[in-house]
Ligand binder design. Structure first.
Ligand SMILES: Cc1cc2nc3c(=O)[nH]c(=O)nc-3n(C[C@H](O)[C@H](O)[C@H](O)COP(=O)(O)OP(=O)(O)OC[C@H]3O[C@@H](n4cnc5c(N)ncnc54)[C@H](O)[C@@H]3O)c2cc1C
Ligand code: FES
Length: 282
């Protein structure tokens, strides 16, 4: 076991293992869905963790694990094409292999939230990591109270997991609302940033018994926090995932530091309470 994380042996911290693409499909013009397998074992992740994907000669990129650990045999990710590594990952086809290190980082402690209501705020690429926790909660439905999911993205062409959102909408034990910043001629749903959905579900939320999860672009956190605080959430009940530039992913290189906190190892999942003193965090 590694003395730093207690989770891996040293060899597996630095040496990638082989992951094979099972399936891949486009989700938007810049986001692709991937299903991967490892040779003979599950990834063994928890909701909210990430893995470092590598292509020899190109580089490595940290990517959140989007499937729930309750799904066995393979795991899923959504990758946005924004640069060198992600562009190469987008070229992968089923059967091709890449390197993988992980899973790394802290997780949404779903096992500790038994009996709680759950409120998910997923904006843009925040949905893939939150989907792992959402499907975990749905698969263990009797462990939780209300499940409220609020999803937002910039416009209808950027919606992720459209089919799965429709399935969640048909689930009577889940409350789900979507919004887009800007609609188009075909869009009949809510228009406005994700925080405009909070007043619509406010009466169904009991902050004293709810854990709220926020993942999305940096600009969203400040406004989401203001709304949640205004309806009475305690800082300890607000859980968020922070994204920083990462290299090693295991607390060695310092690339991800915020005022001495290593986001790769002490995060990416934090309670708001644990980062209120970190000026640069949000
Ligand atoms: C914990 C964690 C989880 C992540 N999960 C996902 C995920 O599920 N799906 C996904 O598509 N991406 C995710 N990312 C972001 C992803 O790691 C980066 O987009 C990727 O590393 C970019 O690599 P690249 O070589 O393609 O781009 P590069 O060629 O290195 O960079 C292209 C441009 O993007 C900027 N950039 C690179 N990385 C980041 C970053 N982390 N934050 C802001 N700007 C950046 C660079 O400065 C540059 O301007 C995650 C990042 C972290 C830290
Ligand atoms: S990414 Fe290297 S220390 Fe966090």
């Amino acid at each position: 076991m590694c003395e730093c994380c207690g989770q891996h042996d040293h060899e597996s911290l630095y040496l990638p293992e082989v992951a094979t693409v099972v399936a891949t499909k486009p989700m938007t013009g810049r986001d692709r869905f991937f299903e991967f397998t490892l040779d003979g074992h599950d990834l063994g992740h928890l909701p909210g963790q990430f893995a470092e994907l590598s292509i020899p000669g190109v580089g490595e990129a940290p990517i959140s694990i989007s499937s729930s650990p309750t799904k066995k045999g393979s795991f899923e990710m959504v990758i946005r094409n924004i640069g060198r590594v992600t562009a190469e990952l987008h070229k992968l086809t089923p059967g091709q292999q890449i390197g993988l290190r992980g899973p790394f980082g802290t997780h949404f402690a779903m096992e500790e939230y038994t009996g709680k209501d759950l409120l998910f705020l997923a904006a843009g690429l925040g949905l893939p990591p939150l989907r792992s926790a959402i499907n975990y909660a749905i698969d263990k439905r009797s462990n939780y109270g209300k499940i409220i999911i609020l999803c937002g993205c910039t416009d209808p062409s950027q919606r992720l997991f459209i089919d799965e959102i429709e399935t969640w909408k048909k689930n009577p034990s889940v409350i789900i609302m979507e919004t887009v910043d800007r609609g188009d001629a075909a869009w009949k749903g809510n228009t406005g940033v994700i925080t405009t959905l909070i007043p619509k579900v406010k009466d169904r939320i009991n902050p004293a018994n709810t854990k709220a999860f926020i993942v999305g672009p940096p600009v969203m956190y400040k406004f989401a926090l203001l709304e949640l605080k205004a309806i009475g959430f305690a800082n300890a009940d607000i859980i968020m995932s922070l994204e920083r530039h990462m290299k090693c992913g295991v607390g060695k290189c310092g690339h991800c530091q915020i005022n001495g906190v290593y986001v790769c190892r002490e995060g990416p999942v934090f309670t708001y309470e644990s980062i209120t003193g970190l000026l640069e965090a949000l």
